[in-house]
Design a protein around this ligand. Structure first.
Ligand SMILES: [Fe+2]
Ligand SMILES: [Fe+2]
Length: 280
């Protein structure tokens, strides 16, 4: 089977992208400049752990160039792919470029919060972000559904973390930033869930093994490259629950709804994901 045959038919991808864009009208977009009262931001209202969590999620969001590049490498929109594949990738690009704009806005909002609230000065913050930002990010997948299954879990985990953090932080400005971010992540999750659903309906069991591999080897972004990631991740999990396996329950639901009559392979996948959730 060629890579081309493992992809979603272009009509399916196109509908998923259209639905995402219909759910994301420009009228409901927000921007860093006007959405928040930056003059009221005050890190003095946060605990040390909450300030640390803000620095952590700023680093994660700020790695957007690396995440965006994964799509260019794996879904090229140039003459390295045949015309039929280009058409598929070009449709996906309508999503990717909008998603990237929103994620870049998240990075700017968090960096702006840090400087407005007194957590960091602009120049040292830029230098700090550059240390991780320069590092290569890769998702070593072979089946296209894997990129979407990975993003499904990651977006849901991020959404859940932002909501939980929002509920405990002492600064209302940070709470409103986290509200905006979590709503965007929820919309991103919906797109990836839609695409994974379509893969399961079109490709059936052929998509099951690749999804299983994603869960078996799942790491949050930058877990393998960021200095002190695990110690830091454990620490911010004390501030608000950052257990990404909680997002697996949403993947379970997506698979359950996508497949009307589960095959043995689907049943085995559902059991496997449930176990990954339970052992943590
Ligand atoms: Fe984000
Ligand atoms: Fe997102």
């Amino acid at each position: 089977m060629t890579l081309d045959e493992t992809r979603l038919p272009v009509g399916e991808m196109s509908t998923a992208v259209d639905d995402f864009l219909a759910a994301s009208p420009a009228a409901r977009a927000w921007d860093v400049e006007t959405a928040f009262d930056w003059s009221a931001a005050d890190a003095g209202l946060l605990t040390e752990g909450q300030r640390s969590a803000v620095r952590f999620i700023t680093l994660i969001e700020d790695h957007l160039p690396g995440y965006f590049d994964v799509y260019h490498r794996n879904f090229p929109v140039d003459d390295t792919v045949a015309p039929e594949l280009f058409v598929h990738n070009r449709e996906l690009y309508h999503f990717t470029v909008r998603w990237a704009l929103e994620e870049d806005t998240h990075a700017r909002a968090l960096a702006r919060y840090q400087t407005a609230a007194g957590i960091a000065e602009p120049a040292p913050l830029r230098e700090e972000l550059a240390i991780e930002g320069r590092k290569h990010f890769d998702l070593p997948y072979e089946h296209p559904v894997q990129f979407f299954a990975y993003a499904l879990v990651q977006e849901k985990a991020t959404q859940m973390y932002y909501q939980q953090l929002r509920d405990v932080v002492g600064d209302p400005v940070l709470a409103s930033v986290l509200t905006r971010l979590s709503r965007d992540e929820a919309r991103h999750f919906t797109f990836f869930a839609d695409v994974v659903t379509r893969y399961l309906r079109v490709h059936g069991d052929a998509a099951v093994g690749p999804i299983r591999d994603v869960v078996a080897n799942f790491r949050m972004p930058l877990a393998d490259t960021m200095r002190g990631y695990w110690r830091w991740a454990l620490r911010i999990a004390d501030v608000a629950d950052y257990d990404h396996t909680a997002a697996y329950e949403h993947l379970l639901k997506v698979i359950d709804r996508a497949v009307d009559t589960p095959t043995d392979r689907v049943d085995e996948l559902l059991d496997f994901i449930a176990q990954c959730r339970a052992v943590r």
